[in-house]
Design a protein around this ligand. Structure first.
Ligand SMILES: Nc1nc2c(ncn2[C@@H]2O[C@H](COP(=O)(O)OP(=O)(O)OP(=O)(O)O)[C@@H](O)[C@H]2O)c(=O)[nH]1
Ligand SMILES: [Zn+2]
Length: 226
């Protein structure tokens, strides 16, 4: 990036701070991103409040109403390492495929959301506690950490910046929908993103359903996995 851009950004941050207005996300870069799923644009943002860098993957013309959208919480183990502890990696692939099949849509990859907001190392510690028998909620509590510390303000601002007026949200989490609505993004529909359970994650998925109210009706009647 041009060093002048940095200077302008710093000035703007200082100016906004002086006015008592916290600046939000700023669009920093936009680049073509061909993927094995199809062609995307990667739109990079800096969230001035948190200092976190965010990326939206955009396919087709996303401005307007009823845009198919996924607010994907970062999960290094699931998304990059294909861990089967959770279903994040499967959901990431399924969401990108669905967006390309639809011809337009957006995936915001939310950094800062790792481990439902507690961070990578704490998540690994929580996973270790789950090996010892705690469920995913009990594990966070045992660590003295919030069960869910995620914030969706930056996600909502990114959607607005891209001209999205309402979304069809790919998620099974009703609290994610409520959070987006609270941040001013109308959710016209919650589109289920149900992944087949595996022996390694059936207990985790049941805990999400029972303790975190995720809509996971496909778990009904599943036997033989644990
Ligand atoms: N604390 C904690 N976080 C986990 C664990 N397993 C996965 N995660 C994190 O959970 C986040 C995803 O949240 P989930 O509750 O699985 O799903 P969601 O994003 O709320 O809902 P969907 O939109 O339906 O995917 C990711 O950031 C993962 O890193 C775990 O055992 N403990
Ligand atoms: Zn995960």
């Amino acid at each position: 990036m041009d060093p002048d851009d940095d200077a302008v950004r710093n000035l703007r941050v200082a100016f906004d701070d002086a006015l008592g207005q916290k600046p939000g996300v700023e669009r920093v870069v936009e680049v073509r991103l061909p993927t094995t799923y199809g062609e995307f644009r990667a739109v990079g943002y800096l969230d001035h409040r948190s200092g976190i860098e965010q990326v939206a993957l955009v396919h087709g013309d996303v401005a307007g109403e009823l845009t198919l959208a996924r607010m994907h919480s970062e999960c290094l183990t699931g998304d990059a390492f294909a861990s089967t502890h959770c279903e994040c990696g499967d959901q990431l692939s399924a969401a990108l495929r669905a967006i390309v099949a639809e011809g337009r849509g957006i995936l915001v990859y939310l950094q800062g959301h790792e481990g439902r907001g507690i961070g990578l190392l704490a998540k690994l510690q929580a996973m270790k506690l789950q090996e010892g028998g705690l469920d995913t909620v009990e594990a966070n509590i045992a660590l003295g950490l919030p069960v869910d510390a995620r914030d969706y303000g930056a996600a909502a601002e990114i959607l607005r910046d891209l001209g999205v007026r309402s979304v069809r949200l790919m998620s099974n989490n009703p609290r994610k929908r409520e959070a987006l609505v609270r941040h001013g993004i109308p959710v016209a529909e919650q589109v289920p993103l149900l992944m087949p359970p595996r022996a390694e994650n059936i207990r985790y998925l049941r805990a999400k359903r029972e303790r975190l109210d995720h809509d996971l009706p496909h778990l009904d009647g599943i036997t033989g996995l644990s």
